[in-house]
Design a protein around this ligand. Structure first.
Ligand code: FES
Length: 138
């Protein structure tokens, strides 16, 4: 059984399995490309257009794998109020081409922002230096 079939099978009992399947494919394979959309559509008895519609609606899915480390930076209201925007230039300079900085809107830690996430690790109460260091070490 290939990896896509394995992921689809894992969600076989769910109602509305497409989104969790796509998240698992993105996390485990690194991308949801056209061939993957077609295979998922076949397995779920959907059209490729239906699958592609969901893939293209969400920013979480990429058509090509990007091997760079990702730092997710929260730029939603509470983190904005705590100064995240002024910290972004330093973070982007620290990232260069080596690290991908991804904007997210709320990591659920609003009272202790500005916040960022690398993988499953959340980082709170960031200032400019702490965020730049986090990016450099990603
Ligand atoms: S607004 Fe940044 S964690 Fe909620």
């Amino acid at each position: 059984m290939n990896r896509i079939e394995d992921i689809v099978l894992r969600h076989a009992d769910r109602e509305g399995p497409l989104l969790p399947i796509l998240h698992d494919v993105q996390a485990e394979i690194g991308a949801v490309d056209a061939a993957t959309e077609t295979r998922i559509a076949e397995l779920l008895n959907l059209t490729r257009a239906e699958v592609h519609g969901v893939v293209s609606f969400y920013h979480d899915f990429t058509a090509k794998a990007d091997p760079r480390p990702v730092v997710q930076v929260c730029r939603a209201e509470a983190c904005q109020a705590r100064g995240i925007e002024a910290m972004m230039r330093g973070a982007e300079n620290a990232a260069g081409d080596r690290v991908r900085i991804e904007t997210v809107y709320c990591l659920g830690l609003c009272s202790v922002g500005p916040n960022a996430r690398i993988g499953d690790d959340l980082h709170a109460r960031l200032d400019s230096d702490a965020l730049a260091k986090l990016v450099e070490e990603a």
